[in-house]
Design a protein around this ligand. Structure first.
Ligand code: FAD
Ligand code: N01
Length: 537
């Protein structure tokens, strides 16, 4: 079939995780648009399809790591979470349930990887190609490809000559892995490593953990959900969702209206202890300047270092685990359940690879400057080429053949993190320069999907075919994004939030730090002013 004969869809969505599922529902069922979702995996779920490593669970509390009353009040009533922080299988079951309930599967093409998407300016549509050579045409292209969906496998010399088994946590085998009796290397101590290491240590003969940067891990405090708690949450859902939409991070927790140094030392410690006992990210809400003021931040940082010192028997190992080179929360703090006690076990060794870097993977293990560690298996808990990595792999070209990769090489440029100049009729769900990964993501996903839905309804009602941000509006957003970033401590760490984990990646804060509530207000205002900053034609 020639390109001119391709049947034209109203919209094509890439990705079938939280974002793609909700986008499909809105496009098809709310707007009545012909829509297809293309998904590389064999099934839906996104993050929760791919990340099946031992210990994988969310660290947003389950009751708000889900779709809100925007999707369905009935769904909220009928679904019951079993744990405070749901494990991967339960989240995957939830998403499968959502897909069945809203009859979403029939418009999703699984096992279909998008490799190119080019804008045809004459026809005013996107032409999309898949790895199998199938082609689609659609007026609107919506990327729902996730912020953490392209794995980062470091190019260690000799990596592919390792004779044992190796795994990346983000591509974990569906049948599971039995580490019984094995010597296992784990490289990486981010949120993933912190969840996985205690589980593998229970099973393996020996675990050697290769740590480059220690993190400020916070106690998770996971526990089963009681029937009483479940009822209370369900009765309160409207208020809970309203709060998530208003707060800085999309959590229904209010940040205390006080600075850390405005209270005496003993009172501050009590406040930290209380937040610690509650578990989860509450510690980050104890004072309103932890991310803004270095001295304030240091009070929380030292509190967390002392927690590590209390729990790890060997003082030398405790100091290796206690971060000193970056402020608290300038890297994503993992939630842990018994992580630090793992280092009190006889079968766990911690190796500091900042002091003694990994030189090579050998056929039998991992070699650092200090010597070789022989292992049977290697687990790469080395994270993702976040935010832009997956978008770049879509092979997107806009007007006049401009590729997204070329446009963003010297720095990401978007309007509101949702669209970009020279790429008409393209929307990015949780794109860079939107709150995205600095938030409880379902809240940000819903906000983007709902905003795009309202925008497309407006275009239809007004008989408008094309929408594209102006270069000036984009420049303004990038400048605002950079200004907001500069008021925070976030650029101070070498985190994936700033692209520092990927050699050669442009360094910038990828998510928007202005807060979920503020950002929503800005987006609503743009819409209320007839999509100010966009050219509509
Ligand atoms: P994803 O779930 O990543 O889905 C994107 C989909 O796009 C994938 O299925 C992928 O296969 C598909 N895709 C990508 N490229 C292509 C292509 N070229 N062609 C076809 N299909 C493609 N967030 C929180 O807010 N709270 C948490 O507690 C939390 N826990 C997390 C735990 C882990 C282990 C990880 C990795 C992330 C976690 N996140 C958490 C972030 C999480 O990614 C989001 O919450 C959410 O699941 C993202 O949904 P999504 O649909 O936007 O993207
Ligand atoms: O990835 P990461 P992740 N040599 O990039 C190390 C979400 N998530 O998969 O810190 C040696 O955080 C790297 O070291 P350093 C959450 O948003 C959520 O753990 O760069 N080491 C780091 O220790 C999270 O932030 C949940 O110095 C190397 C680790 O590998 C995001 O996903 C659970 C290296 C990677 O940590 C990513 O987390 C899991 C090298 N060459 C994930 N390259 C929950 O909600 C990398 N490292 C519970």
């Amino acid at each position: 079939m020639s390109e001119t004969d391709l049947p034209e869809l109203d919209a094509l969505v890439v990705g079938a995780g939280f974002s793609g599922l909700y986008m499909l529902h809105r496009l098809r069922d709310t707007l009545g648009m012909s829509t297809v979702v293309l998904e590389a995996a064999d099934d839906l779920g996104g993050t929760w399809y791919w990340n099946r490593y031992p210990g994988a669970r969310c660290d947003s509390e389950s009751y708000f790591y889900s779709f809100s009353d925007r999707l369905s009040e009935d769904l909220l009533e009928e679904w019951t979470w079993t744990e405070r922080f749901a494990a991967q299988p339960e989240i995957l079951r939830y998403l499968q349930h959502v897909a069945e309930r809203f009859d979403l599967r029939r418009d999703i093409r699984f096992g279909t990887t998008v490799t190119a998407a080019s804008w045809d300016d004459d026809a005013g549509r996107w032409l999309v190609t898949t790895a199998d050579g199938d082609r689609y045409a659609a007026r609107f292209l919506i990327t729902a490809v996730g912020c953490l969906s392209t794995t980062n496998l470091p190019e260690f010399p000799g990596r592919d000559e390792f004779r044992g088994r190796s795994f990346h946590t983000g591509l974990w085998p569906h049948e599971g892995v039995d580490f019984t009796g094995q010597r296992v290397a784990v490289i990486g101590t981010g949120a993933t490593g912190v969840q996985l290491i205690p589980e593998v240590a229970e099973e393996a003969a020996h675990v050697t953990v290769f740590q480059r940067t220690p993190n400020y891990d916070i106690a998770g405090g996971n526990h089963p959900v009681t029937a009483e708690f479940d009822r209370r949450i369900k009765d309160d859902y409207r208020d809970i969702w309203a709060r998530t939409r208003d707060t800085a991070f999309g959590f229904p927790y209010d940040v205390a209206d006080r600075t850390a140094l405005s209270v005496p030392e003993d009172e501050r410690q009590e406040i930290f202890e209380d937040a610690w006992a509650q578990g989860g990210f509450r510690l980050g809400t104890t004072f309103n300047d932890l991310l803004l003021d270095e001295d304030a931040n240091e009070t929380a940082a030292e509190f967390l270092r002392n927690k590590i010192r209390e729990r790890v028997d060997d003082p030398e190992i405790a100091e290796m685990l206690a971060p000193k080179d970056h402020p608290f929360f300038t890297k994503r703090p993992p939630l842990e359940n018994g992580y630090y006690e793992t280092y009190n076990r006889d079968n766990v060794t911690l190796v500091d690879v900042r002091r003694s870097p990994i030189e090579a993977i050998t056929p039998t293990g991992v070699r650092t400057a200090d010597g070789e560690y022989e292992v049977d298996s290697i687990v790469y808990a080395t994270g993702f080429d976040a935010m832009t990595g997956t978008l770049f792999k879509l092979g997107i070209t806009g007007r006049d053949g401009l590729s997204l990769v070329d446009k963003w090489t010297e720095g990401t440029r978007t309007y509101l993190g949702i669209a970009t100049h020279d790429f008409p009729n393209l929307f990015m769900i949780t794109g860079p320069q939107s709150p995205s990964v600095l938030s409880n993501m379902p809240v940000s996903i819903e906000q983007h999907v709902d905003w795009v839905t309202d925008c497309l309804r407006h275009l239809r009602d007004q008989g408008i075919e094309r929408i594209e941000p102006t270069a000036e509006a984009e420049e303004g957003w990038v400048a605002h994004h950079d200004e907001v970033t500069a008021t925070t401590l976030l650029p101070r760490a070498n985190s994936w939030w700033v692209g520092a984990n990927i050699p050669g990646k442009h360094r910038t804060l990828y998510p928007y730090a202005g807060g979920v509530g503020v950002y929503r207000g800005i987006c609503d205002d743009v819409a209320a002013k007839g999509y100010e900053g966009f050219t509509l034609s």
